[in-house]
Design a protein around this ligand. Structure first.
Ligand code: PSU
Ligand code: MN
Length: 301
């Protein structure tokens, strides 16, 4: 069996209790040590506090780990050279016994294999600025159109081209649902100037829509856009020049492909003297709470 379940996840499955998947690229490539480890543990605890079991997903020794024991999480958080795995390289990493962290796309695939229907992350990958030249569009978007997992995020990272990201999601037929909002949240900020057509007020509504997709056998998942808590928000006026600077530096240094997002996130943490990291941590916890509420609502249906 290629899936290795933690004791906590095996027990939850046996008892048919709610489970929320969590990704690991945010641990290895999204935040510095030790905040990455502290955040991973704190996010797992938020999921438990709201009535679900946390399944942090990562790859090692030819196994897909669904739920990480504490020591394994600790090791992963100190393995910055872990592979960043998406749909394209997941099977290769397994075949070669590599250690790898799963992106949104790969976490969705692994969660679906384990029968987990809800996944909470920070911000999904999307269409990068300048994609008309670079063609850099995250595999996360296509995965959302293929794999039946409801993904809770704080919108798309403001380093991306948000209008193009929304357009691609629409083209792919992915429902983008604002949680108590009519506009797309921009990760570190609660809002962008982009309207999103779908809005829901409660976890129960989101769960019902998820079930309905299954009933009518629609492939693909739902994207829930949950704004960062007000007290953790960073005003876009302050952040926009910093994002522009980080993107310019990435271009000058020839950063491409998988390295782009980790480079930009790390540089923005430096340029904001840690403020963007505190916001990132707050929004992931906020998404874990909503993810747990959706998972609980699904079990109650
Ligand atoms: N959310 C965060 N930090 C991250 C990511 C999401 O708060 O580091 C990761 C996710 O794993 C997502 C990836 O899938 O960034 C997007 O990478 P790319 O743009 O290369 O597809
Ligand atoms: Mn990319």
């Amino acid at each position: 069996m290629i899936l290795t379940l933690s004791d906590e996840i095996r027990d939850a499955q046996t008892d048919s209790r709610p489970i929320v998947a969590l990704e690991s690229t945010i641990i290895t490539h999204g935040m510095p040590y030790p905040q990455n480890l502290q955040t991973a543990r704190a996010v797992e605890q938020v999921v438990r506090d709201h009535g679900a079991a946390p399944a942090t997903i990562a790859i090692s020794n030819g196994q897909i780990h669904i739920g990480m024991p504490d020591d394994a999480l600790d090791r992963l958080a100190q393995t910055p050279e872990a592979m960043k795995l998406s749909r394209a390289d997941l099977a290769i990493a397994l075949a070669n016994g590599k250690t790898g962290a799963t992106t949104v796309a790969a976490t969705m695939i692994c969660a679906a294999r384990a029968g987990i229907e809800v996944f909470a992350t920070g911000g999904i990958g999307g269409v990068h600025r300048g994609a008309e030249q670079s063609f850099d569009i995250s595999a996360d978007l296509r995965e959302l159109s293929k794999t039946a997992v409801t993904v809770v995020c704080a919108g798309a990272k403001a380093i991306l081209d948000l209008p193009k990201t929304l357009e691609v999601l629409e083209t792919l037929g992915v429902p983008v649902i604002g949680y108590q909002t009519n506009v797309l949240p921009a990760f570190w900020s609660r809002s962008s100037d982009l309207a999103i057509p779908l809005r829901m007020e409660s976890a129960a509504e989101i769960a019902a829509a998820h079930r309905e997709r299954g009933e009518i056998r629609l492939e693909g998942g739902q994207l829930i856009a949950n704004p960062i808590p007000i007290e953790a928000e960073i005003p876009s006026d302050y952040l926009n020049p910093i994002i522009a600077q980080a993107i310019a530096e990435a271009e000058t240094q020839g950063i491409t492909a998988k390295q782009v997002t980790p480079f930009l996130l790390a540089r923005i943490v430096e340029l904001t003297a840690g403020r963007s990291l505190r916001s990132n941590i707050a929004l992931v916890k906020n998404n874990a709470k909503l993810g747990a509420e959706i998972a609980v609502a699904l079990k109650g249906m």
